[in-house]
Write a protein that binds this ligand. Sequence first.
Ligand code: GCB
Length: 592
Amino acid sequence: MLRPQDGPTRERRSLAGLWRFRLDAEGAGRTEGWWRSTLAAAEDMPVPASYNDIYPDTAVRDHVGDAWYQTSVWVPDQWADQRVVLRFDAATHRAIVWVNDTEVAEHEGGYTPFEADVTEHLRPGAENRVTVVMNNELSWSTIPPGTIEERPDGRRVQRYFHDFFNYAGLHRPVWLYTTPPAYISDITVTTSFDDTTGVIDYRVDSTGDVRVVLRDASGSEVASADGSAGFLRVPDVHPWAPGDGYLYELEASLLNQSGEVVDSYRQPVGVRTVEVRGKQFLINGTPFYFKGFGKHEDAAVRGKGHDDVLMVHDFALLDWIGANSFRTSHYPHAEDVLDYADRHGVVVIGETPAVGLNLNIGGGVFKSGERVPTFAADRVSDDTQHNHLRAIQELVARDKNHPSVVLWCVANEPDNVQPEARDYFAPLVAETRRLDPTRPVAYANALLAPPDQCVITDLFDVVLLNRYYGWYFGPGDLQTAETSLETELRQWAELHGKPIIITEYGADTYPGLRDIVPSPWTEEYQTELLDVYHRVFDRVDAVVGEQVWTFADFATMPGVFRVDGNKKGVFTRDRRPKSAAFQLRTRWLECE
Ligand code: GCB
């Protein structure tokens, strides 16, 4: 699915702004047909944004069930002979959409786009009603999973096993856009090198003859070809590389029988390769060391609402601190973010929303006592796997052309010890590789058992480890943390001989809490813990990356382990630096 764009044959209109909004915990709107008229008793709701924190009201923040959004859009007369598409960059977690009185789309999965051809349902030269019923419930079959508890007073409360607030709503842009009736529906590019020549393997999905032209960043044509699939060769290519987001532009044109252009689409292309060789992770044949963060989409008031202001600021902070990469924990981030990463040479680990597939961890906290099985007919089961597969398919379909994305992370901290985990993951890994043979595949591993008890890591290309020695394990004891971490990393390296990226390490830190003798929650403890980990990473050559948990403090569900959310940020939620920010900046800029 191509992102909407303006061009000689296409036009787009953003539906951002204030929509009518109404909560519907009882689900009355579906039976009463609320899409058929102007939404009654509605309040204003900005789009894009999560709805939870816009009004200071627990009924909104903790809402479970349906929520209705509605807007009106003027469709110009000139669009009458065009194909018109309604596209949601995301709707969390599921949505049904109506245009005027007609249902046009249904989608589940809160972080990937969906669209509908609404040509037949729109009235050009008139106002048209767009109504969406959103639902935020998580169950055993959803990705991520969750359960709903009913309280004695009848209230329904959403529980979940992951450690970030269950924000919901229209988090990302919504578009109405046109294409000609005959149109280009998809483009796929993969790239390689033949010595200093860049080779672009392209495929254009459409219904007719295709011509492609490749231009460099100055707009000069460097290659062209006829046909819907083929290769373009660029002598003396300028590769896309970490820190150098050089992009070519592939213009694909769909031609009619007289050779006239009926549709065209411009696809940015970064020429680069990714390879895992032994214990190394190579980008363009050169060993790459990941420096950066696991990062959430999260901000005060907006929740997970996409915001260009915060996006540009966050990338500026990544640059300031000397980071070269981040992981889109724990779901695909907005497409604008990946475009930005492409253009600025920032390396991305792209993750699915498969987080919380582990009943031995709750809200980020490890449970003690007997191990609880996660994979079972009445828990994470075939239905979950089916939805997980779809989440992978939609992620790869969306992000396959982004040079910044170098690795697929198909799950965060799943139960990797229960034998059934292998049957669950093997088909998912196989499908990811089939969909995209060019990128390595991984999952992020939690410390549940020693490496030799893990039943899934050999299915993957890279070992991603989230580690909390000195925090959840032996809080306050950094000496033991240092030896335990080193021992464990050496075991992984020996057992698998694959590159290891530490995708999480860190400590909750209350900003401004200081101490001469570092103790948990102080800024000094956070910096000292990071120092301990860095010493170990520098001694173990299989370690090819360090991504601190986390970039900035973020909202979580309430709990006694969380003080106004998760405080492991190197920046506060409003992006002020803790001491650790200066420490990381020194380390990361030094080893550039
Ligand atoms: C983890 C999870 C992450 C949590 C973090 C924590 O292992 O992957 O989602 O937020 O720990 O701080 O507990």
